[in-house]
Structure formats: C-alpha cells, structure tokens
Design a protein around this ligand. Structure first.
Ligand code: C2E
Ligand code: CA
Ligand code: CA
Ligand code: CA
Length: 279
C-alpha cells in the first residue's frame, strides 16, 4: 500500500509539474503575443430575425499564432485575468472595436451598435470608466451605440465596485447587457437593482429548441421576464430556422448565431453589411 501511495504521489507531482509548465509557457507566449500585436478582433452580427438585417456586432477577441492557428478566448482569457494581461488585451479590443464601429458608421451604417465583453476582474480597476470614456471620445463614436456585456456572475456578486461601475457607465449613455443569462442562478432580484438594458439568453437554452420541452419553457420564461421588466432581449447561439421560428413566435426578435454568421474579421463583416443593405 505504501508503495502504491508513493507511486500515486509521484504521478500527481509529475502531472502538476507538467500542468504548471504548460501554464507558464502559455503565459509567456500570451505576453509575447500581446506585445507583438498577434491579437485580432472578430465580429459576430446581431440580427433582427424579422427583417434579417444586422443591427449590431459583438467584438470577440482572437489570438492568431505565427503558423496562422486561431486560438479562441476561452483558452487564454482565464490566464489573462490571472496575470493582469487582461488589461492590455481589453484595451486593445475596446480601441479596435470602437475604431471599427466609427468606420462602419462613416460607411453609412450609422444605426449599428457594438457590444464588448468585460470580465469581473476588470471591474476591480477603479479608473475603468475613465479608460473606456477616453477611448470612446478618441474614436468619436456615440456612447449610445456601445454596449458592455457582463456575465450574470458579475451582477450577482453585488460588489460595491461593480455597482458603482454599472451606474457610472449608464450615466455616460453606454448600455449594459447581461451575458449568458439563466445559467444556474435562482435569485433574480438583482435585475431590479441594476440599470440593465438587455439580457442575452444563453446558448444552452436555445440549442435544443424547439423540441426540448424544458428549454422551451425556460426560454419562454426568460422572454416573459424581459418583457415584463421592459428589458431588451438577444437569443444567443441561433443555429436553425426552427429556432428562429420559435423565437419570433414568442416575440424575441434579435438573434445571434452561426445561422447568420460565425464571428468573422472586420473586412468580411463589411461585406456582410453591404450584402444585407443591398437586399
Ligand atoms: P460569449 O460572450 O458568450 O460569446 C459568444 C460565444 O459563442 C463566442 O465564442 C461565439 O463564437 C460563440 N457562438 C456564437 N454563436 C454560436 C452558435 O450559433 N453556436 C455555437 N456553438 N457557438 C456560438 P468565442 O468567440 O470563442 O468566445 C468565448 C467567450 O470568450 C465569450 O463568450 C466571452 O465570454 C469571452 N470573450 C471573448 N472576447 C472577449 C474579450 O474581448 N474580453 C473578455 N473579457 N472576454 C471575451
Ligand atoms: Ca458576450
Ligand atoms: Ca454569451
Ligand atoms: Ca459564454
């Protein structure tokens, strides 16, 4: 038994060591990627499912490796948060997305809005609102065309700095959306306390619509909730026409998902905008 114990311990140490090593390497590569401008912002359209017009874009960060491999944010945002790299990364995303929005407005798509993701970690920075406003002013986009997406967790934690941040942002005219809405929380009272403009129905509810009875009920409930609180709604992860029909029948008109487009580079998004305009 003693022998086995030692072996297990040995295995754990090796695994831990390898994990740590991998993390350190990734951290170093990520830092270099940030310094060497290897990050890129992709955009995914938010679509009015009735008219099929693009009403907005969500900025989604990508890391383009030297060999062209595209690394998704799920693989590096957590590490970026732990190391503080989230600050320069977000700065880059915000600047790039605002500049791009300004360009699209200049091309005549003046109604287009831009959504940007923020993580809870970032809200701990006391001058975040000033940073954001500086970028907004420099890019000359109206604050009203910007939206910040925060996950439900950030609202629930109910930390004073979060509350201050949200009110300050709303005072500037920037909209707030709750991302991944409905994932595993029972208390909804926070909806009353925060100046929320819209909520995004999490992909996991939309995925098995319309046939999954539970998801259908939950989606209907979320739609009712938003309507009664007079909050805007976006359905995430729309992949099929049957889902569109289900959502439109229930008066949820804005959708985002692979059915309309995957997240794409800016120049491709411009082509999409032109296509939709021409229809
Ligand atoms: P999210 O904010 O929930 O973004 C939506 C994610 O769902 C995106 O993944 C998008 O590619 C994916 N998606 C969209 N439509 C569909 C669909 O129809 N089917 C499926 N299966 N997936 C769909 P992505 O780009 O990998 O982003 C993952 C997460 O990383 C985001 O989730 C967001 O939380 C975070 N993230 C992305 N960019 C940033 C950023 O600039 N800052 C911060 N703090 N987080 C970011
Ligand atoms: Ca989001
Ligand atoms: Ca989401
Ligand atoms: Ca998510």
């Amino acid at each position: 038994a003693k022998e086995r114990g030692r072996n297990i311990y040995h295995v754990y140490t090796v695994v831990l060591h390898e994990e740590l090593n991998k993390r350190m390497k990734l951290m170093k590569r990520l830092r270099q990627a940030v310094e060497r401008d290897k990050l890129s912002v992709y955009y995914q359209p938010k679509v009015d499912m009735n008219s099929r017009r693009i009403v907005g874009a969500e900025a989604l960060v990508r890391w383009i490796d030297d060999d062209g491999t595209i690394i998704g944010p799920d693989q590096f945002i957590p590490i970026a948060e732990d190391t503080g790299l989230i600050i320069p990364i977000s700065d880059f995303v915000l600047k790039t997305a605002c500049k791009q929005l300004s360009a699209w407005h200049s091309l005549g798509f003046s109604e287009l809005s831009m959504a940007i993701n923020l993580s809870g970690k970032q809200l701990q920075s006391p001058d975040l609102v000033e940073q954001i406003m500086q970028i907004v002013e420099d890019s000359k986009v109206p604050p009203q065309s910007l939206e910040l997406e925060l996950t439900e967790q950030v609202f629930i934690e109910n930390i004073q700095s979060h509350t201050n941040f949200m009110h300050a942002v709303r005072d500037k005219g920037i909209a707030l959306a709750i991302d991944d809405f409905g994932v595993g929380y029972s208390s909804l009272s926070y909806l009353k306390h925060f100046p929320v403009n819209s909520l995004k129905i999490d992909r996991s509810f939309v995925q098995d619509l319309p046939h999954d009875k539970d998801d259908a009920t939950l989606t209907q409930t979320i739609i009712n909730l938003a309507k009664s609180l007079d909050i805007g709604l976006v359905a995430e992860g729309v992949e099929t026409e049957a889902q569109v029909e289900f959502l439109l029948d229930r008066d949820c008109t804005i959708g985002q998902g692979f059915l309309f487009s995957r997240p794409i580079p800016a120049h491709e998004f411009t082509q999409l905008l032109n296509q939709y305009k021409g229809q």
